[in-house]
Design a binder for this molecule. Structure first.
Ligand code: PEP
Ligand code: MG
Length: 756
């Protein structure tokens, strides 16, 4: 192919640079030679290299044209002067009249006052700023776009020299956030509470490109073409597979991918970079660096989304080009790590070693995302919607995942680390106190016992029974194992799973809830229905009754697993007595089927309903004689009582379950259940919060089911509570016009020494 003079020039320069880098002399001597070469090649009077030192300081390391005495003396903070601005924004700057720029910072020791124009680019490696490369001219020179491009390419080569660790101590090259190079705190949304510290592991590791300068640009173009074809056909395969498995939204995302993978602008920019003398992988990296810098300037959410699609594609392309695996190998995982991902599926999360996985940070994600549900079952903190976290973290960075306050600290300073360590130590001490009361009864000071149960959904939850001293499992969410599977589990598989749960629970009761799918909990292998209000849509018992085969299989499996044992079963999202009756009919059908085949039935059967839909409250006289027990799902009940989406972060905390209407409702429910002698429990999030649990006990609830980590704190609360005093305090408040009784209840706890 015919090459223009600039292209050949650029290649020649890159090769000479590479030769200097590979040549003799110290790193400093090579850098000195390089700035001289660049100045000559770019017809600039000045070329200077500033390298980032520890503490976000840019130090003049080499110069052609400025006073040599300034080398290693002139230092700028990130954000200070034009050089600092280039580092802070990770964007190039080309100015014909640099001194007129508001950020220009004059450094007399450099003698730069005679140079008017300036062009500078960040020295980037894997999106991280390692320094700044600058050329200057006396005249008011207008640097052309392709000159900026050329300097960026040179900076990539230089990045290898800096990263080599000879110029500055490797310790000083400690990862930084690529843009502001400071410890970073990112706020997100809380997907799972808790606090954890660990080394960052990127779910999709970033690839570092080492081979920058091409030997033969033609063959590099061929490599790029081949990798693109491979990547495009891999995406086609993904689309074909997703058609079979999911459809809907997933497909749209992949289609957008396919479109971007064929984006002419993107492809042209990569080819151009190869033609200028870069290897195929360095070209992909260069275009990706540009995109990253642009991403920080773009506020339009749609465009940002698209740019991050391109980032994903570039990563895929680099994988194809370098043959790097898409995931960290288990052996390389740190002992304690925080996993960082854009988004991920629940099964992917379970692939990681649970003992070492301490927390999860997602760039996307909502509280009802499947991965969040599984992470909660693993009892690790999860922060979602952590904006740009992937651009700001490097593998190995120290990360604090603070799920309680929905924040992430990356490379926290000493002070924060110490505060967190102190907090963790306090938690550990508290854990010890909880462990000490593990066998003690959950009984108030005035002798009223409250049964504390666990919410569970995975086999790994079972050991928590012993660890916490819980009386049983109050809610086993059967949909969780379904959600992390690739296909619908058959009866045998389900029966084996339920059998193991019963085995491990021993003589402690397990309350199985039939599949609560639909709405926000989707099965990867079930077609997704377009619904305007999925929470109020085709879900849970509604699907079960419309597709009885699925329910029957599950009931068959449960009956088989519980043969000769105690089976406690409840149906989710019951809105009317007729639904409960219909579900019970299906259950009886399965019992008869088992009997006919001579199979043993459970020794004891209890059938209950979840109370999550307010309509049921007005059907209690018909419902209560029909059920063996009721369990309040306070998460959904609050959502429907206040018409307030439980997954919408903008509404999080807007209405409080500790409000007079919710509490009055629960008091009435307690009374009616008592009148019919129907045991009542509560298994939503409320039960696990000590203050909320205190109110529930005050209202008469005697059976609470919660996440394992809540058992200790709730038991402590109960054991320090004088119930009669609380009952007297609470009764008149239930008709108060308050938004919430949280403050008053907290004051009661404080005044009466209740541990909350
Ligand atoms: C609830 O709604 O309170 C409940 C326990 O069920 P889930 O959170 O699984 O919807
Ligand atoms: Mg529910």
């Amino acid at each position: 192919m015919e090459q223009g003079p600039t292209l050949t020039g650029s290649r020649r320069l890159l090769r000479r640079l590479r030769d200097i880098m590979a040549g003799s002399g110290s790193a400093q001597e090579r850098l000195d030679k390089i700035v001289g070469l660049i100045a000559a090649d770019m017809v600039a009077e000045v070329c200077s290299a500033y390298i980032m030192r520890a503490g976000e300081v840019l130090e003049l390391f080499a110069t052609e044209g400025l006073n040599r005495a300034a080398v290693h003396r002139t230092r700028l903070r990130v954000g200070e002067g034009l050089v600092g601005v280039i580092a802070a924004t990770a964007r190039p700057l080309a100015l014909a009249d640099a001194q007129a720029h508001p950020d220009f910072a004059y450094r007399p020791e450099t003698g730069e006052e005679i140079y008017h124009s300036l062009m500078g680019v960040p020295i980037l490696r894997s999106g991280r700023v390692l320094g700044v490369l600058v050329v200057q001219n006396r005249t008011r020179r207008h640097y052309a776009e392709d000159e900026v491009e050329a300097l960026q390419t040179i900076a990539m080569v230089l990045a290898e020299l800096v990263a080599g660790g000879e110029l500055i101590e490797p310790g000083e090259l400690a990862p930084s956030d690529g843009i502001a190079l400071l410890p970073v705190r990112i706020e997100g949304v809380r997907l799972s509470a808790g606090l954890a510290v660990g080394a960052a592991v990127l779910h999709e590791p970033r690839i570092v490109v080492h081979r920058i300068v091409a030997e033969d640009p033609e063959s590099e173009l061929g490599r790029l073409r081949k990798a693109l074809t491979e990547m495009q056909s891999a995406i086609d395969d993904l689309i074909a597979a997703s058609d079979l498995a999911v459809g809907g939204e997933h497909r749209d995302v992949l289609e957008a991918y396919r479109m971007f993978a064929a984006d002419r602008g993107w492809l042209a920019r990569m080819r151009e970079a190869v033609r200028s003398g870069l290897t195929a992988e360095a070209a992909v990296q260069k275009v990706q660096d540009d995109n990253r810098a642009r991403m920080h300037q773009v506020s339009d959410p749609y465009l940002r989304e698209r740019l991050s699609d391109l980032e994903d594609l570039a990563n895929r392309l680099l994988q194809h080009l370098t043959g790097t695996a898409a995931a960290v190998s288990p052996a390389e995982l740190p002992d304690e790590f925080i996993l960082i991902a854009r988004s991920m599926g629940p099964a992917e999360l379970l692939d990681y070693d649970r003992r070492r996985l301490k927390g999860l940070v997602l760039e996307e994600g909502s509280p009802t995302a499947h991965v969040a549900i599984v992470a909660r079952a693993l009892d690790i903190p999860v922060i979602g919607r952590a904006k740009d976290v992937l651009a700001k973290v490097e593998a190995g960075d120290l990360v604090i995942a603070d799920g309680d306050h929905a924040q992430v600290f990356i490379r926290p300073g000493e002070d924060i680390q110490q505060a967190i360590e102190a907090n963790l130590a306090m938690r550990r001490a508290r854990q010890e106190t909880y462990a000490a009361i593990r066998r003690a009864p959950a009984e108030t000071l005035d002798g009223v016992a409250v049964a504390l149960h666990l919410n569970a959904g995975l086999l790994i939850d079972l050991p928590h029974l012993d660890a916490t001293g819980a009386e049983g499992i109050g809610l086993y969410r059967t949909e969780i194992p379904f959600m992390v599977q690739a296909s619908f589990p058959g009866v045998d598989e389900q029966a084996a799973l339920y059998g193991r749960i019963l085995d491990q629970a021993g003589d402690r009761p397990v309350t199985f809830r039939t599949l609560d799918i639909g709405g926000d909990k989707l099965l990867p292998y079930m077609p997704e229905a377009e619904e305007e209000n999925p929470a109020m849509g085709w879900r849970a018992i509604r699907i079960a009754l419309d597709r009885p085969a699925m329910l029957r299989q599950q009931l068959r499996a449960l009956l088989r697993a519980a043969a000769g044992r105690h089976l406690r079963l409840m149906f989710p999202m019951v809105a009317e007595v007729a639904e409960f009756a219909a579900a019970r009919e299906v259950f009886l059908l399965e019992c008869r089927r088992a009997e006919k085949r001579g199979l043993a039935l459970p020794a004891r059967i209890e059938l209950g309903a979840m109370l999550e839909v307010p309509a049921l409250l007005w059907q209690l006289p018909a419902l209560l004689p029909a059920v063996d027990f009721l369990s309040v799902g306070s998460n959904d009940l609050t959502q429907f009582l206040f018409a307030c989406d439980r997954g919408n972060p903008r509404l999080a905390g807007r209405y409080d379950p500790l409000s007079p209407p919710m509490l009055a409702l629960l008091r009435d429910l307690v009374r009616q259940c008592a009148a019919y002698r129907v045991p009542l429990g509560l298994c939503g999030e409320m039960a696990g919060n000590p203050l909320d649990a205190m109110a529930l006990v005050g209202l008469g609830l005697r059976n609470l089911s919660m996440t394992p980590s809540s058992i200790g704190p709730v038991k402590m609360m109960i054991r320090s509570l004088h119930l009669a005093a609380l009952e007297r305090f609470l009764a008149p408040l239930l008709s108060a016009p308050d938004h919430s009784l949280r403050g008053k209840l907290a004051a009661f706890a404080r005044d009466h020494g209740v541990a909350i």
